[in-house]
Design a protein around this ligand. Structure first.
Ligand code: EPZ
Length: 431
């Protein structure tokens, strides 16, 4: 397993190209199952999760080609062409699904296209139990028969799905996406109430509409889908990753530098921009992106509570905590989305942070400085919070289990080193 080694203290200055969003690319890839024509995705990020899902789609029968980097300047991601001419298997096996729980997003498309699907329950992960009950209840509302057997979801809709009304008891990004895709080919009208409003849901809806789906209201809390007989091929450019952009914006503020985040959109980061302005993070809109820097010499503690979009993103919570560890004053950070998303706390404390966790809230008392240490990544966003801490800490920080980072961030050490960070990746043989 690789390590990343950082010597802290350098302000980050320069330009970072923001990649296509992982959490948009994954559902967009599963949409390829909804048509027998070619779906082409541009600006695809180069991430482990993308590769894992590509392998799953291939075993469903998708003819998949990844033809290198896109030529257009605006999006330097990769171009993936997918053609599900024939679905050769409707089974999503445990050994693939357990590696990447977003694989459950093949359930809705397979059921809609083939009338049945056998998808492994994804199981939990470091940040929580991650149930899929809302996905299953929604599909049942569209007429699916659902049976759980030997760790697999056996879903059947022999006569095809029928449009219906789905009211989500809590906001779920994945359940909204699964149901929106399934409803595209259901007979009649479907309404999704208390739907997720994340930009990645909107990006998926825009792609589905381009494929011939009839969807209204994406980005609001009621989405209406009028089923159609079939969807056709399309070419779609994956939206920029707002979580990557927010993460690097905090890196600029933490190190006292200035970063231009090309491709980043202010409208996708409004909660972070508004709620971190009082702490001293300045975000300016520039041609083609955002500029992030410190508004004045210091970072001051602020209180943050994560919420579904348009609230403060849970995927920025760990990074925000890292920023607050050396702020002036205290910060109360409350995680309302996942039940176990403070795995970064003990590792940050090993670097000298002063953080006390009470239930779903963490009280961060800012310290004058952190000390570099050997630390362990536990999950995707926690791994970047440790990098942020390492960028400001005195001395060297060694981050282990870097594979967590590679799931969601493209070429981190390259992007940071190009902006002045002392950071290298060390290949670890054997282990
Ligand atoms: C998506 O996960 C993202 N992943 C997550 O990003 C993100 O943190 C999350 O949305 C919230 O924004 C992808 O898009 C691939 P949810 P998802 O369904 O869809 C509970 C990252 O770091 N729930 O909105 O799985 C669930 O346990 C990842 O990039 C149910 O109870 O999240 C959680 O507490 C981490 N039953 C809450 O709802 C269900 O059927 C929100 O989950 C589904 C979810």
């Amino acid at each position: 397993m690789d390590q990343i080694r950082i010597r802290g203290g350098n302000p980050l200055n320069g330009k970072i190209h923001i990649s296509g969003a992982k959490n948009a690319a994954l559902p967009l890839m599963t949409a390829s199952l909804l048509t027998d024509e070619t779906l082409t995705l541009r600006n695809l990020p180069h991430l482990a999760d993308i590769t894992t899902l590509a392998n799953l789609l291939v075993q469903h029968g998708v003819d998949l080609h990844l033809n290198g980097h896109d030529s257009a300047e605006a999006c330097s991601g990769r171009v993936m062409e997918m053609k599900a001419g024939t679905i050769t298997s409707t089974r999503a096996p445990y050994d693939l699904v357990r590696k990447m729980r977003a694989s459950v997003l093949v359930l809705g498309p397979l059921l809609a296209r083939e009338g049945h699907a056998e998808v492994s329950l994804p199981g939990g992960c470091a940040i929580g139990t991650r149930p899929v009950d809302l996905h299953l209840q929604g599909l049942q509302a569209l007429g699916a028969e659902i049976e759980l057997k030997e760790g697999y979801v056996h879903a059947r809709a022999p006569g095809g799905l029928v449009g219906g009304h789905v009211l989500f008891p809590k906001v779920s990004v994945g359940a909204t996406e699964n149901l929106m895709m399934a409803a595209c080919l259901a007979k009649g009208k479907t309404t999704l109430a208390n739907a997720a409003r994340e930009p990645e849901v909107v990006d998926l809806a825009e792609c589905l509409i381009g494929m011939g789906a009839q969807i209204e209201g994406a980005g609001q809390d009621v989405i209406t889908i009028e089923g159609v007989d079939r969807l056709h091929g399309h070419t779609h450019t994956v939206v920029a990753d707002r979580i990557e952009a927010g993460t690097y914006a905090m890196a600029a503020a933490a190190t006292g530098g200035t970063l231009e985040l090309m491709g980043a959109r202010a409208d996708h980061l409004r909660a972070m921009i508004d709620q971190l302005a009082p702490c001293g993070l300045r975000i300016e809109e520039i041609e083609g992106g955002l500029r992030a820097s410190r508004a004045n010499g210091i970072i001051e503690g602020v209180d943050i509570m994560t919420e579904p979009f348009p609230g403060y993103p849970t995927d920025l919570q760990a990074q925000t905590m890292a920023l607050m560890t050396t702020a002036q004053g205290a910060s109360m950070i409350t995680e309302t989305i996942f039940e176990n998303r403070f795995m970064h706390v003990p590792e940050l404390c090993r670097m000298g942070a002063n953080i006390t966790v009470h239930g779903s809230s963490a009280l961060v008392r800012g310290q004058p400085e952190l000390m570099g240490a050997e630390v362990m990544a536990t999950d995707l966003r926690a791994s970047f919070s440790l990098i942020l801490a390492g960028l400001v800490a005195k001395g060297e920080t060694v981050l282990n289990r870097v594979y967590h980072l590679d799931r969601g961030y493209e070429r981190v050490e390259e992007k940071l080193a190009a902006c002045g960070a002392e950071i290298i990746r060390v290949q670890q043989n054997g282990e």
